[in-house]
Ligand binder design. Structure first.
Ligand code: SF4
Length: 266
């Protein structure tokens, strides 16, 4: 597969970065319109050509992240693939991470929260995820904080994720490249315009391993205490934090905030 050899970089700063961190201002609208006609692999290749090892993939081990990990593999990238081990994952999620590492030889880096799950429960005197006023802090402590701590080592990180416009909600307004004010860097969504059918077709075409819980009614998979299967006809994300809505809170959380677009944590 040919890497992108276009002139986006030279148009923006007059030269290729040669893999060095890119610090010049980026015209997001210009980048979007130039990357939009390209396939996702070439959008990723552009980012790596522009930002070098500042580009990292945030891997949840769900279908879209399997697709992106496979693209990293096909492109021969050694850029970090970050997996955040919250301490509350399903065993199958950890097994899938290990399988992907074996199969594709990616540079997978597992990040951990400061406290173990047991230490956190002891310090806070409760399981934060069981309370609507505790869940945001739990997600921050166990997902966002380890990620941001790791990204502090970089000058202008570009976090690659599998968000898609078709998922609706805040994600409906996605662009390919957005700013991430948390890191002074960017968030890249190379498959922002893919439909579910495109994801499924790529998985079939390349015979990718998928999370076994998808076949058991879990279209969206997060931590085990906060994820259930969904019934036929339910929203694909209805199984996320269902227990908080069942506890009588009409508006339970929809996102953990670890992903970011210009619209905030999504
Ligand atoms: Fe905690 Fe649940 Fe968020 Fe996982 S998804 S970090 S268990 S609140």
């Amino acid at each position: 597969m040919a890497l992108y050899e276009g002139n986006i970089v030279s148009e923006l700063d007059g030269s290729s970065t040669g893999g060095r961190p890119f610090t010049a201002p980026i015209d997001l609208a210009a980048v979007h319109s130039q990357l939009d006609p390209l396939p996702p692999e070439e959008r990723i290749a552009w980012a790596v050509k522009t930002f070098g090892d500042q580009v990292v993939l945030l891997a949840s081990m769900q279908k879209t992240s399997l697709v992106l990990m496979h693209m990293f593999h096909r492109l021969g990238l050694r850029n970090e693939v970050l997996f955040i081990d919250t301490g509350y994952h399903f065993t199958e999620t950890l097994q899938l991470r290990d399988e992907v590492m074996r199969r594709y030889g990616l540079n997978v880096v597992t990040l951990y929260p400061s406290l173990t799950a047991e230490e956190q429960e002891s310090r806070y005197g409760r399981k934060l995820f069981n309370f609507v006023d505790g869940q945001p802090e739990c997600c921050y402590l166990r997902k966002e904080a380890p990620l941001l701590r790791h990204l502090e080592q970089k000058t202008r990180p570009v976090t690659v994720g599998g968000l898609r416009k078709g998922e609706g909600g805040k994600r409906a307004d996605l662009s390919i490249l957005g700013r991430d004010p948390r890191t002074q860097g960017y968030a890249l969504s190379p498959i922002y315009d893919w439909k579910s059918a495109d994801v499924e077709a790529y998985i079939r075409q390349h015979d990718l391993p998928v999370h076994p819980l998808h076949a058991k009614g879990f279209p969206s998979i997060g931590c085990s205490p906060c994820t259930t299967a969904v019934a036929a006809g339910e929203d694909p994300r209805a199984g996320r934090w269902r227990h908080l809505r069942q506890a009588g809170f009409s508006e339970g959380p929809k996102y953990c905030g670890v992903n970011f677009s210009d619209g905030g944590g999504i």
